[in-house]
Design a protein around this ligand. Sequence first.
Ligand code: COA
Length: 334
Amino acid sequence: MAQYAAMRSIGAYVPEKVLSNSDLEKMVDTTDEWIVKRTGIKERHIAAKNESTSDMGAKAASMAIERSGIAKEDIDLVLCATVTPDYFNMPSTACIISKKLDIVNVQAFDISAACSGFVYLLSIAKAFIESGMKKNILIIGAEKFSSIVDYTDRSTCILFGDGAGAAIISATSSKKESIVDIHASADGTYADFLVTPAPGSVNPANQKMLDDKLNFVQMKGNETFKLAVKTLTQDVVEILETNNLKASDIPHFVPHQANYRIIKAVGDSLGMTKEQVVLTVQKYGNTSAASIPMAINDIYESGRLKEGDLMLLDTFGGGLTWASALLPFAGKTK
Ligand SMILES: CC(C)(COP(=O)(O)OP(=O)(O)OC[C@H]1O[C@@H](n2cnc3c(N)ncnc32)[C@H](O)[C@@H]1OP(=O)(O)O)[C@@H](O)C(=O)NCCC(=O)NCCS
């Protein structure tokens, strides 16, 4: 019998500390008005000093496991998407999260696809399950973006926040419950649009690299903005067309939460209503690979997400990478 992949649960973790726009006004030459007007962001959450990406990922994962009703012992793959791993570059954050959750002797690894990481993980989980290799996969998007942000650079420090989201993807024989389609792609031509230049094999760790602040994220904001709007829109048009759907068939459009203006431009050009578009960027900022699962968790917790509701995920990030996914929520809802 054919085996399909279904999203059984969602979970998220948001660190306690809030960094508001007025806090940032005291740190760099900016204003609340500028940030809200250009990005829609009002505040973001920042992990504690002793709180790592794996700590946040493990908390989101625990919630997703509990809500799925699946025993921890039945999880046979743990995947984490992050560009702010606990360590550059081993052990993987997925291995550390597995240890924290006491999921032992199970395959675990990280992927690096920046903000597209969670949807990339969905495609990997779908392939593992449909091939019959795995049955219950824990996927996690977790970021301590504050660890690679230069809080003296006003063009980037206003944008990003920390957090984590997770889901359980399980095998099912029901086509109705299954992930409908995923498109994922990349183009390294634009690798310099979003980059953390060091440490790595190009710029190994040394004093000069620290003096030059190469360990912080660098971004070509304007260029990224334009390409994001174009790619995110095109992606949705393609996946809807392939699946004979219209924008109005989608109750929950969950775009990557980078900038309200990007989300609005994409939503408007697709003819999505305000009710269809999930928006969390105002309170979390851009949490990279955690952004999509944190947004799904938001509509789960508010009771907006109902069992079987179709979701359209749409993301874009460093690499450049982009991805979209069509899937019903196949777990219990509030
Ligand atoms: C970063 C971003 C908000 C900047 O907005 P923008 O409208 O493109 O602004 P610009 O970069 O053109 O800068 C305009 C002016 O504002 C200034 N500025 C930049 N950051 C500022 C801040 N935080 N506060 C006040 N002024 C700021 C610039 O210095 C520039 O001043 P100048 O005209 O005197 O040179 C926007 O480009 C963006 O969101 N890009 C996409 C980012 C993104 O999504 N990244 C992640 C993808 S996953």
